[in-house]
Ligand binder design. Structure first.
Ligand code: SF4
Length: 304
């Protein structure tokens, strides 16, 4: 039973040590079409529960072995906030971790529960998934346990955002012909403007999914990013397996596209051919473009 995994290097967080709160089997209240784990019956609570002491022993051993950890990431084969002792676990981790940061990756489904919010308040960063803004989509894509509603999730996120002052990141995973329709994106956009998260990562399937569903191309993700309001801090999470077809852009097209939404280095690497990359370099050299850092990522923006 591997409670600890990694460390793995993440560009944004540095060296991350993972903790799996459900190492023996998948325990999740969602059954997402795109899940990289085997399909499993949804649950509303953990049946197999490891003790806080057992986890803390493993964390201590791992921190002894790896002295250069930047972040401890809490995750699970399933949904980590269903772990019943999350608050107690975080109290103990915060006691032993020193300067190391903490992060949780959750599907966001339990965020309306006060006890979950109390536990998440103990993290340095919280990342919540939000693939859908409508119940129709939630039922079709995330196939949530009965009784979970998008209204509860949205209300819980808004309420949590008011209390939580550390970085709150929202992740949206887009699946072809399911949640990439204009009306679903418009609903997500309206909600995200109200939520005002620190960053929004959009991505698509990059590992074999549990069910027969298809990813989008990087170009389609970029098109989706343009359907969101320009003030939303959207970052396209670059995945190795995303299909890329570099295109040629004129100077005017590059300026125009950056005016609509700033580009990241990944956007440029994937979308732009060599000639277009040279134009970007010239625009930087001429001070028409500049690079600014926003919530941990570099963006190419117009130098006003
Ligand atoms: S929430 Fe995560 S673990 Fe649960 S089904 Fe969806 S992708 Fe899989």
């Amino acid at each position: 039973m591997n409670i600890i995994f990694g460390p793995i290097n993440s560009r944004r967080f540095g060296k991350s040590l993972g903790i799996d709160l459900s190492p023996s089997k998948k325990q999740c209240n969602f059954d997402c079409l795109y899940c990289e784990l085997e399909p499993a019956k949804t649950v509303d609570r953990y049946i197999d529960i490891i003790s806080v002491d057992e986890i803390i022993d493993e964390v201590k051993k791992a921190l002894e072995t790896h002295k250069d950890i930047d972040v401890i990431t809490i995750t699970a084969n399933g949904e980590p906030t269903l772990y019943p002792y999350l608050y107690n676990l975080m109290v103990e981790i915060n006691r032993i971790k020193g300067d190391i940061k903490t992060l949780i990756l959750s599907n966001g489904s339990t965020i309306y529960e006060p006890k979950v919010q109390e536990a998440l308040m103990l993290f340095d960063s919280v990342k919540l998934s939000l693939d859908c803004a409508t119940n129709r989509c939630l039922k079709r894509l995330d196939r949530a346990y009965s009784g979970i509603s998008i209204e509860n999730i949205k209300e819980g996120m808004l309420n949590f955002r008011k209390r939580y002052l550390n970085p709150l990141i929202i992740e949206i995973l887009f699946v072809k012909n399911i949640n990439n329709k204009a009306d679903e994106i418009a609903s997500l956009n309206n909600f995200l403007i109200e939520l005002n998260p620190t960053r929004i990562d959009i991505g698509t399937i990059d590992r074999p999914p549990a069910y027969q569903v298809e990813p989008l191309s990087y170009e389609e993700l970029r098109d989706i990013s343009l359907q969101f309001s320009p003030e939303l801090p959207i970052y396209i999470a670059s995945r190795k397996k995303v299909m890329s077809k570099p295109s040629s852009y004129s100077k005017e097209e590059i300026i125009d596209t950056i005016k609509k939404r700033p580009l990241t280095q990944d956007d440029i690497s994937v979308l732009f051919d060599e000639k277009s990359k040279t134009i970007i370099k010239e625009l930087i050299d001429n001070a028409q473009l500049k690079i600014t850092n926003s919530s941990g990522y570099d963006f190419f923006v117009i130098n006003d």
